[in-house]
Design a protein around this ligand. Structure first.
Ligand code: SF4
Length: 263
């Protein structure tokens, strides 16, 4: 009987002789947490905030998309202040286009990079009308073709407006993924892939908001408030200062002013 291992050995010899030995595949950074620990972390987040909501004000998928585009390098509170009047005047791509770049700019003047953002808001409205009949598409490939829309923005819109289990990695989630060793990665895409890989399916719908809120209010960039942390006993971050978890109770929504802005 032919030796089945011989076939493999022959193949390897041929490959080596041809100088085409495959390079070892780059190792994916691994989570420092067992599946049971990940499950427990998200179970606690789900008890603390059963129905987490994003903090960007919007009235439909279009205004959500605009708010997310405007929120780059700005706080949600700052964006909300500017968009209340803007969305009262224009909550559809058609009305936004009619308003025009100059008037949009007037509304969002308090937000960083407002000139460029006003241009994008108009270009985005035009593209939605031209390519999608004025409707925000629920498809990542289509969303990222729109002016000013990157993968993170698309993930936020897919999650919040279309209920898709996406993971939009912002500065808070990137920090948590790496600081805790939950999903280490050098880029937001690596952290996103790591989180999507380990988070149990039933928690994916809200995981993005739980992690953002945890990063904004507790596991802050400069000084994490470990004494207020409900996962302090599970956390493996080198910077943690406490191992006793805070009481696990359902929280009421926090005021925007308590948040640490994204950097
Ligand atoms: S224990 Fe501290 S470092 Fe760990 S997740 Fe909680 S706040 Fe962050």
């Amino acid at each position: 009987m032919a030796d089945p291992k011989q076939k493999t050995r022959d193949k390897t010899r041929l490959r080596d002789a041809a100088g085409t030995k495959p390079r070892p595949r780059p190792r994916r950074p691994r989570s420092r947490y067992s599946p049971a620990e990940v499950e427990e972390i998200f179970r606690r987040f789900s008890v603390q905030r059963p129905e987490p909501e994003g903090e960007l004000e919007h009235v439909n998928a279009f205004t959500l998309l605009i708010a997310v585009v405007l929120s780059a390098q700005a706080t949600d509170a700052g964006v909300n202040k500017a968009t209340r009047a803007l969305f009262a005047a224009a909550e559809t791509p058609q009305k936004m286009l009619a308003l025009g770049e100059e008037a949009v700019g007037e509304h969002i003047r308090t937000i960083g990079l407002w000139r460029n953002k006003a241009k994008n808001v108009i270009a985005l409205s035009e593209a939605l009308i031209r390519d999608h009949g004025g409707v925000v598409p629920g498809d990542r490939d289509e969303l990222v073709k729109l002016p000013g829309v990157g993968r993170k923005t698309a993930n936020v819109v897919l999650n919040m407006a279309f209920g898709q289990p996406t993971m939009a990695v912002d500065t808070h989630i990137f920090r948590i993924g790496n600081r805790l060793g939950l999903a280490p990665g050098k880029t937001p895409e690596e952290v996103e892939a790591g989180l999507v890989r380990i988070i149990p399916e039933q928690y994916m719908r809200h995981a993005h908001h739980w992690l953002i809120l945890h990063g904004r209010y507790v596991c802050k960039a400069r000084r994490p408030e470990c004494e207020r942390c409900i996962i302090a006993d599970i956390c493996k971050a080198a910077v943690k200062t406490n191992t006793i978890p805070a009481p696990l109770v359902e929280l009421s929504p926090l005021p925007e002013t308590a948040a640490e802005p994204a950097q």
